[in-house]
Design a protein. Structure first.
Length: 89
């Protein structure tokens, strides 16, 4: 029984050379001379949208429809942050 280990070597070498290329550009944004990870900007955007949503629900007296709020608002923050990440970066 003979194994073909010599055919796996070129594939592993190619993978070792080309896979690290995805790490070449870090998602960092220059904000006033200070480098900030872009996920923080997406998180702040999610917090702002969740705050506006809560304000609108309170204004229209619809807060009781989104129970439990301890799950709803963090889910909105995560969903909006991920959506912003996909759209912007």
């Amino acid at each position: 029984m003979r194994t073909h280990s010599h055919s796996i070597a070129p594939v592993s070498i190619a993978a070792a050379l080309f896979l690290p290329r995805g790490c070449g550009r870090a998602p960092i944004i220059d904000v006033d001379g200070s480098f900030m990870p872009s996920w923080m900007i997406c998180l702040v955007g999610g917090l702002v949208v969740a705050g506006i949503l809560q304000w609108q629900l309170l204004r229209h007296k619809m807060q009781h429809r989104v129970m439990p709020t301890v799950i709803f608002y963090p889910s909105v923050v995560v969903a909006v942050a991920c959506l912003l990440w996909l759209l912007l970066f």
